[in-house]
Design a binder for this molecule. Sequence first.
Ligand code: ZN
Length: 291
Amino acid sequence: MTEDPIVQITGVQELARDLVVIPDRRVPLVPNIGLVGGTHSVLVVETGLGPANAETVLEFTAAYAKGRRLYLTSTHFHPEHAFGAQTFAGEATYLLNRAQATDLAMKGPGYLEMFKTLGEPIARRLEGVELATPDLVYDDAHDLDLGGRVVRLRPTGRAHSKGDQVITVPDAGVMFTGDLVEAGQFSIFPWFPPYDTDVSGTRWIAVMERLAAESPRVVVPGHGDVGGPRLLEDVRDYLELLRDETWARRDSAMSEETMVEEITALMIERHPEWTGRDWIEKGVGCLCAEH
Ligand SMILES: [Zn+2]
């Protein structure tokens, strides 16, 4: 039975002055959604899956913003993060990094069809989705001035997807990572050869090193509880172990089936409380291809 990926405005957390997160309540395909305010503008990070969820987010945002100008961005093009953008048309300036805008245009339609097969509640949420076109696309970096507060938007280069973007609020030490980080969950490897092989385990590790070096005070993961910099280290450590265990077995010419069996058992032993165990196998497949 697939759970309805509905965004609910409950348990909203204030992480810093004028900076809140609508938590995912640990519901699959609901992302953590952020609102970051300045004196004249408010930035929304992630839309929720589909137009009805985005409507919920927009209503909350409008009440929160109290007349301030609105901006919208997402950490990457995956459906629960970006497939509600159409609802913000005419209400918010939709801002994306170039690689993500390309992902959305090139891969968005395929993901829309694929996600419709994941269960009735998800298909219902995706009814009427029209992939939106960003109002503003930047290349290397973008500093968004919200009034007395500058938010840094930075593409990381290919890792969880080709167009990953991290959003940081330096004055509050808050970092939105999207699916580069999940809390209490094995890293999501969207490794679906031959349809999608953009995810890169080795590049992802390098990105985690760079993000950890920024020492944020608060990390908002794509899914799971908001935490501190430890979340970045946990992901890096997991990915490094996954790489090392995969490559060691690859060198000994073990069959992929046995490899997956052994590594899955090892990782579950290491993190018995983490969910998303099916993603371990995808990670092994990806790292095999990168050996
Ligand atoms: Zn994702």
